[in-house]
Design a protein around this ligand. Structure first.
Ligand SMILES: [Zn+2]
Ligand SMILES: [Zn+2]
Length: 350
């Protein structure tokens, strides 16, 4: 098998070859047909997160082993199964759920493995899908594609799931109230389209990039506001024409967090997803005075991914712009993503 690995944080990925893996126990080997390139791959590649105030979270201090094959948005075909696997067959096309936990703790037992304190996420803590083949530790993490195109389905394992799980945190509000969505990258476009498919009222999108604002409008956003404008907040309020009850920050910088919070009505909710970095921008007393809810959302659970695939199969989610590139362009793709040169999603196709 062939893979592209992070050998040293921040340096070009290196091609590696190894014998094809032989699965044991409940393991399944999937031949990768498509692997999405996600913003969090950038953090893994760079090896750190900006915590604000000059502090950085270093991945080498968090048990991220090198060399590591990134890639957590994987769809492909089963090529080998371990002796204990009875529910999946060779030749079956599947989407891989990558947010795997220890399986023992409270959140894992509750089916919220994505919140486990001892994560074993594929492409983050274990080798992922920037490869011709990958090992999945248990067949239960594989969801049948049932006719869906691997290139279309792959990004739903992270960007789609992250959008869906974040949207669910607003509950019924989204049926009658528009949602403020900050950030119109791959995640933002996914959010706009999934919100429509869920029967939501719609999204007002903020982005500093004109091309991405256009893409958001094309994906069905109600309005798009330039986040770099000095009167961005006033423009957001004008686009809503009323109170903002729900805001979703997919960027996660001090600036976008401030915009989302400042826009909120009393009793409103801000959900944070983006990991751009920085310190929290809110004055403490304003949180109780606005009776605001600020909630973090991190990926999603296996049940939510199954629900989302069902929604995708109905055809209700319009496709977002998608590009396919050969696996050998992994480093170039990460560089393009970092420089903001990608609209929509790129999948690598080994
Ligand atoms: Zn991701
Ligand atoms: Zn656990």
């Amino acid at each position: 098998m062939r893979s592209y690995q992070v050998v040293d944080f921040g340096f070009p990925l290196r091609e590696a070859t190894a014998p094809d893996p032989a699965p044991s126990g409940h393991e399944v080997v999937v031949a990768v047909e498509a692997c999405g390139v996600c913003h969090s791959d950038l953090h893994i590649w760079e090896g750190s997160y900006d915590l604000g105030g000059g502090k950085r979270l270093m991945l080498k201090d968090r048990g991220i082993p090198l060399p590591l094959t990134p890639g957590h948005e994987v769809a492909g075909v089963i090529v080998r199964v371990g002796p204990e696997v009875t529910d999946r067959k060779v030749g079956e096309k599947v989407l891989v759920y990558p947010w795997i936990g220890c399986g023992q703790c409270r959140v894992c037992r509750e089916g919220r493995e994505n919140l486990c304190m001892k994560p074993r996420c594929l492409g983050v803590h274990c080798d992922g899908g920037y490869a011709s083949e990958m090992v999945v530790p248990h067949s239960r993490y594989l969801l049948p594609l049932d006719g869906l195109d691997a290139k279309i389905a792959a990004p739903y394992a992270c960007s789609g799931l992250t959008s869906y799980s974040a949207l669910k945190k607003f509950g019924a509000t989204l049926k009658d109230e528009p949602l403020l969505v900050i950030g119109a990258g791959g995640l933002g476009l996914m959010t706009v389209t999934i919100l429509r498919a869920m029967g939501g009222k719609g999204a007002v999108v903020v982005d500093i990039d004109a091309k991405r604002r256009e893409a958001a409008l094309a994906a069905g956003a109600l309005a798009a506001v330039d986040g770099g404008a000095p009167d961005a907040l006033a423009q957001v309020q004008q686009a809503f024409g009323g109170p903002v009850w729900a805001a979703l920050d997919l960027v996660g910088s001090s600036q976008t967090g401030a915009l989302g919070f400042d826009a909120l009505a009393k009793g409103g909710k801000l959900v944070l997803v983006g990991l751009f970095g920085g310190a929290t921008p809110w004055s403490m007393p304003l949180i109780p005075m606005k009776a605001a809810t600020i909630e973090g959302s991190y990926t999603g659970n296996l049940r939510e991914l199954a629900e989302l695939l069902d929604l995708l199969r109905t055809g209700a989610i319009p496709p977002i712009p998608m590009g396919a590139r050969p696996l050998a362009e992994a480093t170039q793709t990460l560089e393009d993503l970092k420089a903001g040169r990608i609209v929509g999603r790129v999948v690598l196709t080994p």
